[in-house]
Design a protein around this ligand. Structure first.
Ligand code: MLT
Length: 257
């Protein structure tokens, strides 16, 4: 099947080992800003917006995690990056896992931040399809108001997330929800991953519990969990120092420091 990829909007900082930071749903690359000053002198940060988010093209046909991973590959080609460490937050982690499966020769290391390898349970899948219907009928506010308290208990961060979500378009949010509902079980290929893997888990995460990080790390060849006790679903915003340290530790394991 031909994957119709697009050129993603991207920003870059620093030089050294390429470290791609992929945002989660329904957000954009700005979530990574708190860690940029902490890492830009240590790695080449490549921070895209997934298709339809931020200024990236809104080609809304069917979304799939596989297609979003192919967009990331196209970005690496465009930037002449042979191999990269890929870090994905939540849905960005689902994309990073597809990337690891489809393009292992382009991967140096993998970070899954507040993410998981499991597919949706039937109940979760159903709930997503209901959310998609509600967003279609009530507009983006439905999710912009409802989701931030589940992402973080920090009210300042909730406000920032509300503003980010309000920039999203309804068709893109609906397409991403359907793609998450249909995503594959990445546990099946975790044992094939040959590069180091870190799973970064906020112990206050209300959306994806930290146990998901432990269960996925058990299946990889070389990996470890970093728990952040005070963080919820947004460790890069809630605890930037610890998140940056965990990512740098992975860069060192993947490429030497
Ligand atoms: C995300 O933060 O990217 C999503 O909430 C993940 C999910 O709903 O599975």
């Amino acid at each position: 099947m031909e994957l119709k990829t697009v050129d993603l909007a991207v920003e870059e900082h620093g030089e050294g080992t390429p470290l791609v930071l992929i945002h989660g749903f329904p957000l954009n690359r700005r979530i990574w800003y708190p860690i940029v000053p902490l890492l830009k002198n240590k790695a080449r940060l490549i921070i895209p917006n997934l298709r339809g988010f931020g200024e990236s093209p809104q080609e809304v046909a069917e979304y799939s995690m596989r297609l979003l991973a192919a967009d990331v590959l196209r970005l690496l080609d465009r930037l002449n990056v042979d191999k990269a460490v890929i870090a994905g937050h939540s849905m960005g982690g689902y994309v990073a896992l597809e990337f690891a499966h489809a393009y292992p020769h382009r991967l140096k290391g993998l970070a899954l931040v507040a993410s998981q390898a499991d597919p949706d349970s039937p109940e979760r899948r159903q709930a997503r399809l209901i959310t998609a219907r509600e967003v279609r009928s009530r507009g983006i506010r439905y999710i912009a108001d409802g989701m931030p308290p589940k992402l973080s208990t920090n009210t300042e961060i909730q406000k920032q997330l509300n503003e980010l979500i309000l920039t999203c378009s309804v068709p893109v949010v609906v397409a991403a929800l359907k793609a998450m509902a249909d995503r594959r079980d990445a546990n099946l290929w975790l044992p094939e991953i040959q590069v180091p893997v870190v799973a970064i888990a906020g112990l206050q995460d209300q959306l994806i519990p930290a146990e998901k990080s432990h269960s996925l790390i058990k299946l990889v060849n070389k990996g470890w969990v970093v728990e952040i006790p005070e963080a919820g679903h947004m460790p890069m915003m809630e605890s930037p120092q610890k998140t940056a340290e965990a990512l740098y530790q992975l860069v060192c394991a993947a490429n030497g420091c």
